[in-house]
Design a binder for this molecule. Sequence first.
Ligand code: IYR
Length: 224
Amino acid sequence: MSAKKHPFIPFKQEEVSEEKMIENSRSFYAWADKRRSVRDFSSKPVPKEVMENCIMTASTAPSGAHKQPWTFCLISNAELKSRLRELAEEEERKSYEGRMSDVWLKDLEPLGTNSVKEFIDIAPWIVIILKRPYELEEDGTKHQNYYVNESVGLASGFFLMAVHNAGLVALTHTPSPMNFIAKALERPDNERPFLLIPVGYPAENAEVPDLSRKSKDEVIEYYD
Ligand code: IYR
């Protein structure tokens, strides 16, 4: 079976001066550097359209063979959130009380995380990002997707920036193992949970750890 070739169309992008490029990249970096993972959420509602726009921004990410191997579950139902919290905490308790190594727990200490995940109840929206390792053809055959982790990782990054741009906060939560999510949401076999992301306003008394980020010298190796 051969896929139909896309027709090619001209691509034009408005050119910006070097000066403007430097200014834009500098101000974008300064703005991006203000994004923080927040664990203390307000329950203040956020319009559904904002979430849809953030998800559709995520879905503009590049993906292997343009397969867009992702599904976003957008959850506001209080009962479902509460069920997910219960299940996540069950797994997390097992992790914190035995599955995670002492070194891992020590690494997390400065972040003050624990197995209590009340943000799943409190945040107005829970977004579950699922990866799709394969698509099911109508005749039941499996069609593999490509670079699925890379693709869904990129989409997740785009999503976090879209949330930041909307003036909201998010947390990339990875209850592990995550099979319970697919089960609770009754997802098909070709979808695997990738991240659970609460989205909303920060609580009035929200706090974040006073972290610094790696410097240019620590992050970039030059080959001029
Ligand atoms: N998934 C656990 C533990 C955890 C792991 C890492 I690595 C973090 O950066 C933060 C938390 C939890 O969500 O608490």
